[in-house]
Design a protein around this ligand. Sequence first.
Ligand code: GDG
Length: 501
Amino acid sequence: MPQTQDAEKTEYDFVVVSNRLPVDRVVGSNGRATWTRSPGGLVTALEPVMREADGAWVGWAGQPNLELPPFQNEGIHIVPVALNDYDIENFYEGFSNDTLWPLYHDVIAPPGYHRVWWESYVAVNQRFADAAAAASAKDAVVWVQDYQLQLVPKMLRQVRPDLTIGFFNHIPFPPYGIYSQLPWRAEIVNGLLGADVIGFQRVQDAANFSTAVRRLTSFTTRNPAIEVAVQGQPTRRVVARAFPISIDAKSFEELAREPRIQERAREIRAGLGNPRTVMLGVDRLDYTKGIGHRLKAFGELLAEGSVDVEDVTLVQVASPSRERVEAYMHLRDEIELTVGRINGDFGTMSHTAISYHHQGYPRDEMVALYLAADILLVTALRDGMNLVAKEYVASRFDEDGVLVLSEFTGASDELKRALLVNPHDIDGLKETILQAIAMPRRERAQRMRSLRRRVLENDVVRWSGNFLQTLEQARAGRYDRISPVTLPEELEWTIDRRWAN
Ligand code: GDG
C-alpha cells in the first residue's frame, strides 16, 4: 500500500470532511501499521474529483487516541483528527448516535438529551473545523459530510469566509414537531446555515429543514434559497435542496457478471437446501431498519401455513453496529431471541427458516447473495436513502428478482416499480411477501428493467457531480441556474398547514 509522509504540501483546493476517514488502520502480526481503503460508495464517488483537484480528506481513523500526522494513501491526502475515549463516549456514541440518530429517525427509539454530550459535540466539531481550515487553500471548496458535523459549516465560515462550503446530510431531517424537541435546535440550524449549499436525501427532508429555519430564525426562505441576513454582515444566500445519493452501479453489475460470483450464488442456494424461494435482508443491526417487523411478518406466514419452511428461506445479514450503545445491545437480544424462536418452532432437520448472520462480509459475497436472492426485503421504518436496495437492483443484470421496499426509505421516491410497503402494517407486509413469491417471471423482468434504468443512470458519480456543480454555481452567484425543490402541491399544502403557526 503506497503511503508516504506528505511533508511539503499542507493546503488543498478541495477538502472533504467526514467523521470517519475512508481508510482503516490495520496492525499486522509484525506490529507494523498499514492502511487499507474502506470500500464505501462515498470514496468511489469522490475519488475522481479528489484526484483531479489534488484533494484532501479530513476525518477520524476510527480508533481512540491516535495522534497522526497527515499522510498519503493511494493518491489521497489524509488529514487525521484524533478522538480520545471521552470524545468517543460523549460526541460519538452519545450525541451523534444516541441523540441525533434516533431524533432524526422519527424518535423510533427515545433520544437522550445530555448537556455533557452536547458540550463534547461542540468541542469535537470545533476540532474538525480547525483541521479543515488548516487543510484548505485560499478560496478552496470544502464538502462536509453528515449529522456528526453539523456545526462545522458555521465554525469554518467564521474563520475562513473565503471558502465555498457544502454540507450533505446522509440521514433524514425530521419534521419540525419532532426536531423541536432538541434543546440545541437553533444552534444546529445556524451551524448548517454556515454552508453555501445544504444537501438532503429527499425533497421532504429539505422542506423540513426550511420549516425549521422559518420557525427558529428570522431568515426568509425562497425555495431553494434561504436569505441569511445578519446585522453588520452582507446578506448570504444558502441553497437547501435534495440530492438523492446513489451507488457505483457499474461496479456491482461487473462483479455480478463474473462467473465465480454466479457460481458462489448457486453454492449459497444449495447450502440452504435449494428452497424454491430465497428471501434476503441486509442491514446494519439498527432499530431503524425494521428487522423485527420483517421477522414478525415471516413468522406469521409460517405459523399460518401460507408459506412452508421447505419452500421459503429468509437469509438475514445483520452486520454488527454501535455495539457499545445500549439501545443496540437490546435490539440484538430482541432480534436474536425472535430468530431463535422462529427457527425452533418451524425448522425441520433439513431446512432452517432463517439463516441469520451477525457478521460483515466482503463485497464479493454480498453480490453473490444479491444474485442468490429471489426477493430482497427492505422494511426500514425510516432510512435516509438505503443503498442496499440500489445495490440489489444494480447486481441483477439478469433482470430477475423482486424488490420489496419500505415507503419510509429515500430510495422509494425513485424506485417506484418496487413493491412498496408500509412495514408497520404487518398484514400488508405479509400480503406483499406472498405477492413477491408468486410474481410471474414476465412481471419480475418488467419491474426490474425499469428499476435498473433508474439506478444505472443516477449513479453516485452523477450525485457528486450534481452537488459540486450546484456548489460552483452558488460560489459564482448563479442562483438562477439552480433548480428549486419541487413538492407535489398536496404535500406543500400539508406542510404549510401543519407548521403555519
Ligand atoms: C447511511 C444512511 C444512506 C452492510 N453490511 C455489509 C455491507 N454493508 C453495506 C451495504 C451498503 C451499506 O453498508 C449500508 O448502506 P445503507 O444505505 O443501506 O445504510 P446506512 O449504513 O444506515 O447508511 C442511509 C447511507 O448512509 C448513504 O447516504 O443511504 O439511509 O442511514 O453499501 O452494502 N457491506 C459489506 N459487508 C457487509 O456485511 N461489504
